[in-house]
Design a protein around this ligand. Structure first.
Ligand SMILES: [Zn+2]
Length: 458
């Protein structure tokens, strides 16, 4: 650690008896980013000087003063191995400063050049000390702000007022280049989940091509979203394999898998979970089936209303263990009654010749009460609709529509992942960025004094 001070001189004119508070704040606000850019530049240039001094004056500085400094690739090494040489000759500055996008705006950073006394390679020691690669043109706080802005759909605000010019293409590259796809792959324990949901939604992609965004989420016992994966134009079988790899559970899960009846999902996670048809989609599906049988809305409405009522069993609130037996009995009675009434309904449909209607009901009948059965067996209150996932999709869709026309699979996938994790696992999101930024207490700065010098009156 080394202690240094920055001395800043700010000059201001103040019209006595005329200026108001708002104008002072307004101008100070304008000064924020340029001031920070200047401070950043002076800190980095000072650091560059220190590094160069330590690497060039090996007669003054012991080798431990060069620890972490002077890493470079050996000149002409075909395998890009590092050189062990830690002594340099100073070779002045690069002809052009390095342009780096930062949260404060574009930084034009002059860079010292040096030559290794061991291998003769020319390099800029500041870059490797700052952990910047030869191609890095931005720092990660900036990337963070860009992504946050995309998620909040106000990336204009990001650009306005700063000398940053980032195009849609630039944002695209940041989203595609993100490592979000490789992170958040830790195994998920099903014990913390009360249900798993899967669904898909259409997205517009490159040149108006229509794509399908698919997502699988878990609902935790506390009702929170645990993203299990999002995919663009991927087969459900592939998605199932990926999700299974994250759920490393030997025994059956004892939780429902909820879906809206999409054929590709009929056997999804069927070895582990119990299938539950979304009880919100059930009546809608029946309406559609009866419509195929030739029934008008007015004619099918009593039937769909009946189904709505039959599957709308509410579970009592409170702890399962301390519920009175008669409360459990009441639910059980409703459940058995509903099941037999649905059987009756199927029979009636058959008699009336509603082929589609009866087939549809028969198909979903065993998957409508999974959450009730689970509750009766274990007391766990599981979700019974895909509504939470639909809300997630609406949020993703709104953002994709806003800025993502013409985006590729990888972009849509990454962006939807980011939105889900940011919106529903905020703590994990923060941790991810802190790790990415590498905040380790290696730099501290504080304001030690702000004083006013007497000025000239006129
Ligand atoms: Zn070298």
């Amino acid at each position: 650690m080394i202690k240094q001070e920055i001395h800043i001189t700010l000059q201001f004119d103040l019209a006595i008896g005329k200026v108001n508070l708002n104008e002072i704040v307004y101008r100070l606000n304008e000064l924020q980013n340029p001031l920070m850019l200047e401070i950043l530049k002076i800190i980095l240039m000072g650091y560059d000087d220190i590094i160069s001094a330590r690497l060039s004056r090996t007669d003054i500085y012991p080798s431990r003063a060069r620890k972490g400094l002077g890493r470079h690739i050996r000149k002409g090494d075909s395998e890009n191995r590092f050189c062990r040489g830690r002594k340099i000759l100073k070779k002045g500055y690069r002809s052009k400063p390095r342009q780096i996008s930062t949260v404060f705006g574009k930084l034009a950073l002059p860079l010292r050049r040096s030559q290794c006394c061991n291998c003769g390679a020319r390099y800029s020691p500041l870059l490797s000390a700052l952990q910047l690669s030869r191609y890095d043109r931005r720092e990660s706080n900036f990337e963070h702000e860009v992504i946050e802005a995309v998620i909040d759909t106000n990336y204009r605000r990001l650009i306005d007022g700063r000398s940053i010019d980032i195009s849609l293409g630039g944002i695209h590259n940041i989203v595609v280049g993100s490592d979000i796809d490789e992170t958040f792959q830790k195994p998920v324990s099903v014990k913390t989940l009360s249900g798993i949901l899967a669904d898909g939604t259409g997205v517009k992609q490159y040149k108006g091509r229509k794509g399908e965004l698919r997502a699988v989420i878990g609902i935790t016992n506390k009702g929170r979203v645990e993203p299990l994966g999002s995919f663009t134009n991927t087969e459900w079988s592939t998605i199932e394999r990926t999700v299974k790899e994250r759920i490393k559970e030997a025994e059956p899960y004892n939780i429902p898998f909820i879906y809206d009846g999409e054929p590709g999902l009929d056997d999804f996670l069927s070895e582990g979970a119990e299938t539950q048809r979304c009880t919100w989609h059930g009546p809608r599906g029946l309406y559609h089936a009866l419509w195929e049988d030739g029934l008008k809305k007015k004619e099918s409405e009593p039937e769909t209303d009946k189904i709505k009522q039959l599957i709308g069993i509410e579970l009592p609130e409170g702890d399962f263990e301390i519920l009175k037996e008669e409360d459990k009995e009441q639910v059980k009675g409703q459940y058995e009654n509903s099941k037999s009434e649905i059987k009756e309904l199927i029979k009636t449909f058959r008699e009336k010749g509603y082929k589609h209607g009866s087939a549809y009901l028969e198909n979903i009948a065993d998957q409508l009460f999974t959450n009730i059965e689970l509750w009766l067996k274990t007391g766990v209150i599981a979700p019974k609709t895909t509504s939470l996932l639909e809300r997630v999709f609406r949020e993703i869709g709104r953002r994709l529509k806003r800025i993502a026309w013409g985006w590729a699979d990888k972009t849509a996938t990454n962006l939807s992942k980011m939105i889900m994790i940011r919106q529903y696992s905020r703590d994990k999101w923060e941790k991810y960025w802190k790790h990415k930024l590498g905040i380790k207490d290696y730099f501290h700065i504080e304001i030690s004094s702000v004083k006013l010098s007497p000025g000239t009156h006129f």
